[in-house]
Ligand binder design. Sequence first.
Ligand SMILES: NC(=O)N[C@@H](O)C(=O)O
Ligand code: NI
Length: 167
Amino acid sequence: MRTLTIEPLTKEAFAPFGDVIETDGSDHFMINNGSTMRFHKLATVETATPEDNAIISIFRADAQDMPLTVCMLERHPLGSQAFIPLLGNPFLIVVAPLGDEPVSGLVRAFVTNGRQGINYHRGVWHHPVLTIEKRDDFLVVDRSGTGNNCDEHFFKEDERLILAPHQ
Ligand SMILES: NC(=O)N[C@@H](O)C(=O)O
Ligand code: NI
């Protein structure tokens, strides 16, 4: 099984998969009579139908045992999904490009710097949220509506991957 190289998250590297929500390196303009910097439209919430809603939730996630064997990825075909850390901690991301199924050889891993959130574009394969802290809180913005919005793909044994952040 391939051990994933964990890359530092950058807008450029993550561009095939979604947006990085951060102030570092992002444009802004002043609002509120010059008292506030607006980092405008860092990401867009994608939905599938006019009846859909973009909703805001909080995920309180517990850490997976590491090293982790990545057995599956999921995708949301009907909308995007954003994770914004509420406690300023780095977290891990495992993604694969759009397609009918994730390609094991194209799976990539990233680590955030604690000041970054991400927005998975609609249909991008990703692992369910992966904390580094024992428990961590995220603001999550994603799509609510009818129909199935979560496809799971389980890798064959020889396609599974290893995520080893502490080695
Ligand atoms: N299932 C759910 O709401 N969470 C996942 O989509 C995830 O990416 O963590
Ligand atoms: Ni998801």
